[in-house]
Design a protein around this ligand. Structure first.
Ligand SMILES: NC(=O)c1ccc[n+]([C@@H]2O[C@H](COP(=O)([O-])OP(=O)(O)OC[C@H]3O[C@@H](n4cnc5c(N)ncnc54)[C@H](O)[C@@H]3O)[C@@H](O)[C@H]2O)c1
Length: 329
């Protein structure tokens, strides 16, 4: 049995706590600075809780941590824990800037722990299916990708005004909070983004000033990629279309399906996954992380993949502020 500490028991932290528990492969404990949340974790799950990371480290014994605080704290916390030999699973986005990345790299090289980042799209069977099909190479080179996505954020995250989302410096706004998932998934499918032109604005969400709407015209190497995302629209939909030399792949994330079509064919050939509870993806993700702890291969986003997506986030914010395209090294 592994022993896992969840750091930050807010919205996603509670889900990780429950889903790691659901795997039956570990014991879990929670840590949060909010005493009311800790009480809720005890009542709902009967787990040990700690009111600070220092208290948890002094009183408990853990093999791994899941860092579920707002993003500006992800790397400072990782830096504290890697030298202790712990495995570290970090929520997205990796951070709000790259300042601590070299230090964390160094700590990872010294320590033996497994490190991964919780970009959960890597666990979606429809995303993995599309990726496997593209990697086989039968469609040829990727030439163009378009992504359109969005949801009515107030419906899905009513607390958005009162959490990290309201501030860029805490990891908020549509680019760092929502678009980052999609860009990371596209990078996983076709390779890293190399240039970004981003137009973004606050269009609708009440009580915040960060961007809730984003248009990006990007290059991922030779491929032209467009991203459009809103957080005020009624439909909760997320579609990715990848056009290649000899045909196309489409992923309809909200329909849990992916398909392909070759030049000259009349319609898509679809692969559909039956309905899943949202927890199932996170339980699969928890299990994959423990596979990684045990030395097995996993589909999880690596630290370096998350650094690359962090560079995209930063480049997109810079481009939106300056009106200029930004190259990503
Ligand atoms: N993968 C996903 O689908 C997904 C979904 C939501 C959020 N997230 C990411 O997870 C992170 C947290 O998001 P959230 O929605 O759960 O936010 P949240 O505000 O609901 O929870 C964050 C929690 O961290 C706690 N915290 C802050 N500083 C702490 C510290 N020093 N020690 C212990 N606890 C501390 C806060 O008290 C709070 O309860 C963000 O980076 C966010 O982008 C990922």
């Amino acid at each position: 049995m592994h022993s896992i500490l969840i750091i930050g028991c807010g919205s996603i932290g509670e889900r990780h706590l429950r889903c790691f528990n659901n795997t039956g492969r570990c014991t879990v404990a929670g840590c949060d600075t909010n005493p009311m949340l800790l009480e809720a974790m005890v009542t709902r799950y009967g787990v040990p809780v700690f009111s600070s990371l220092d208290e948890a480290l002094a009183k408990g014994r853990f093999d791994a941590v899941v860092i579920c605080t707002p993003a500006h704290l992800h790397l400072p916390i990782a830096l504290k824990l890697l030298p202790l030999g712990l495995h570290v699973f970090i929520e997205k986005p990796l951070a709000i800037d790259v300042a601590l990345v070299p230090e964390v790299r160094e700590a990872m090289a010294q320590a033996k722990g497994y490190v991964a980042v919780a970009y959960v799209y890597h666990l979606m069977p429809w995303m993995a299916g599309a990726r496997e099909y593209l990697l086989k190479g039968g469609l040829g080179k990727v030439l163009h990708v378009s992504s359109t996505s969005g949801q009515h954020f107030p419906t899905y995250r009513p607390a958005y005004k009162d959490i990290y989302y309201a501030k860029h410096e805490l990891g908020g706004g549509a680019i760092q909070d929502a678009l980052t998932h999609i860009v990371n998934a596209v990078e996983w499918l076709i390779g890293p983004c190399t240039r970004v032109y981003c137009d973004a604005a606050h269009q609708a969400l009440e009580g915040v000033t960060v961007e809730d709407t984003v248009n990006v015209s990007a290059r991922h190497g030779d491929a032209l990629v467009s991203y459009a995302l809103t957080q005020f629209q009624a439909p909760n939909e997320n579609t990715l279309v990848i056009h290649c030399e000899r045909g196309s792949v489409k992923v309809e994330i909200h329909e849990r399906r992916w398909g392909f079509i070759h030049h000259g064919e009349a319609g898509w050939t679809w692969h559909v996954t039956p309905p899943l509870e949202r927890d199932e993806l996170f339980t699969a993700q928890a299990s994959a992380f423990m596979d990684g702890m045990e030395g097995m291969a996993t589909p999880l986003a690596t630290f370096e993949e998350a650094v690359q997506t962090l560079k995209f986030n930063q480049a997109a914010l810079r481009s939106a502020a300056s009106g200029q395209a930004v190259e990503i090294s």
